[in-house]
Ligand binder design. Structure first.
Ligand SMILES: [Zn+2]
Length: 152
């Protein structure tokens, strides 16, 4: 086995240990299905829906049914481990909560979800809340966009 391969394995093992610890912290029973779905979402660079999550866990365990995927995602969501996004015109999409805070742009033509972060917007939202006598607890911001025509 090459060193690179071994490094990959140990990283995968560390991630699995982290998923187990996170499940324990959330007070959830540790099941292979939950670990598999957390792995998929930790590795996802997009925001998969349940059908996509189900497809991606097949490598871990082809016996995980779509019904189990729905149930498992619901349990992880209820425990606050994953976020459900209901972007307009799309099925519910999911991502891990322990990613760095970001907001989303939804491409109306392709359905692509683009992540962004703006200190200016973060500050502005806190300022608006404060001006109205509130403390900002959290927020979600979605920009529905279309690519501008490229000018040569
Ligand atoms: Zn995101």
């Amino acid at each position: 086995m090459s060193t690179a391969k071994r490094a990959t394995n140990s990283r995968a093992e560390k991630m699995a240990e982290k998923h187990v610890a996170d499940l324990q912290d959330a007070g959830l029973r540790i099941t292979p299905q939950r670990i598999a779905i957390l792995r998929v979402l930790a590795e996802a660079e997009d925001h998969p829906d349940v059908a996509e999550i189900h497809q991606r866990v097949q490598g871990d365990d082809p016996k995980i049914s779509i019904a189990t995927a729905y149930r498992t995602v619901a349990a992880l969501e209820q425990a606050g481990m994953i976020h459900r996004h209901t972007f307009e015109g799309a099925s519910a999409r999911f991502e891990r909560v322990n990613k760095k805070h970001h907001d989303h742009i939804v491409d109306l033509d392709t359905g692509e979800i683009v992540e962004f972060h703006s200190d200016l917007i973060e500050q502005l939202q806190a300022d608006i809340a404060a001006a109205l006598g509130y403390e900002l607890v959290h927020h979600r911001l979605e920009l529905y966009c279309r690519k501008r025509p490229q000018t040569p």
